[in-house]
Design a protein around this ligand. Structure first.
Ligand SMILES: Nc1nc2c(ncn2[C@@H]2O[C@H](COP(=O)(O)OP(=O)(O)O)[C@@H](O)[C@H]2O)c(=O)[nH]1
Ligand SMILES: [Mg+2]
Length: 313
């Protein structure tokens, strides 16, 4: 096996966006562009075309001959190669407190290497939030491959959000875009999370709050909504349009909610949005609320919620 390459300079920043596999790398790259400077980026793949160099990007190359997607033998090979990089990964993860892992399941690399990377990250003490794209429903072979990778990712990551490529594609088609490019939802989610955790707000949230939520048993998911301050209902509706695989969030027992708005945002507006977003939760749900003002948001409120302790439906 050829020597893996790590193009990197280690930096003590503690949020790492990780893309695993072709789609995962594309999503991670796009998300990182949006929150440049606040998070690091690692791209993990077997295929050099996934690697966008030139900025502060770490690259973990899993070696060639892994990229003919759809072959069931490939995920174990990718997993094994990922395991072989654990020394490099440990180095990379030394300062990392939070990993946002993006991947598309159903091919070789994402399916095999994502859960192994998540395991390594968790072992080094990081919180791992994963977003996993699920194959199109007509791709039954890929779906079978994906479901095994998903099981293992869900067992490993603190939170695994299932993203339906069917729903993603439908939405991007409505906007006249290619589905491969329709990763705005992912960008907003990652950007929102990074902002939530990196910057100080009116009401501060920190990693301990996040831990308190993600350590709950049951399923977890995340929602992002953007809209006008005077229309909290519209923000919730926008959030519920996310291309997530179907999941009933009604009974969630834990919720972290970050409300971000422009200079004129009032506590009343924060309350109204938070009330609406939490109204469907379990009556005893633990809710942690954060809010912050951002000059770049004009007449807009963005809400990022992480819901946990959801009973599997
Ligand atoms: N229809 C279609 N689906 C794709 C395409 N590329 C990726 N996918 C979907 O995305 C999943 C992951 O793909 P990819 O990230 O390229 O796989 P990996 O690099 O081997 O991990 C696949 O299982 C498919 O469901 C494509 O060009 N066409
Ligand atoms: Mg690939």
């Amino acid at each position: 096996m050829e020597m893996p390459r790590l193009v990197a300079f280690m930096d003590p920043s503690n949020i790492l966006i990780a893309g695993v596999g072709g789609i995962g790398c594309a999503w991670a790259h796009q998300a990182h562009q949006k929150c440049l400077g606040s998070a690091h980026l690692v791209l993990i793949d077997a295929d050099d075309t996934s690697f966008q160099t030139g900025e502060d990007v770490h690259i973990l190359r899993l070696g060639h001959a892994l990229d003919s997607v759809g072959c069931a033998a490939l995920p174990p090979l990718a997993e094994q190669r990922m395991r072989g990089l654990s020394t490099l990964t440990n180095q990379l993860l030394q300062e990392t407190e939070l990993v946002v892992l993006l991947t598309g399941l159903g091919g070789g690399v994402g399916t095999g290497a994502a859960h192994e990377f998540a395991r390594q990250a968790r072992q080094s003490g990081a919180i791992v939030l994963a977003v996993a794209g699920l194959p199109f429903e007509c791709q039954t072979t890929r779906m079978d491959i994906a479901s095994e990778g998903l099981d293992r990712l869900e067992q490993t990551a603190h939170v695994t959000v299932r993203l339906s490529l069917d729903r993603l594609a439908r939405q991007t088609r409505e906007r006249g875009q290619l589905w491969q490019m329709g990763a705005e939802w992912i960008e907003d989610l990652v950007d929102g999370l990074v902002r939530t955790l990196m910057r100080m707000g009116l009401i501060n949230l920190d990693l301990m709050d996040l831990r308190a939520i993600v350590d709950r048993s049951g399923e977890a998911t995340m929602l992002v909504g953007v809209g006008r301050p005077d229309n909290p209902k519209g923000i919730l509706e926008a959030a519920l349009k996310a291309p997530l695989a179907a999941m009933d969030v009604g009974g969630a027992k834990g919720c972290l909610i970050q409300v971000e708005g422009g200079m004129g945002m009032t506590i009343g507006q924060v309350d109204a949005v938070a009330d609406l977003f939490t109204s469907a939760l379990d009556a005893d749900a633990q809710v942690i609320l954060g809010a912050r003002v951002s000059e770049d948001l004009v007449d807009t409120i963005r809400v990022v919620t992480l819901l946990a302790g959801i009973r599997p439906s």
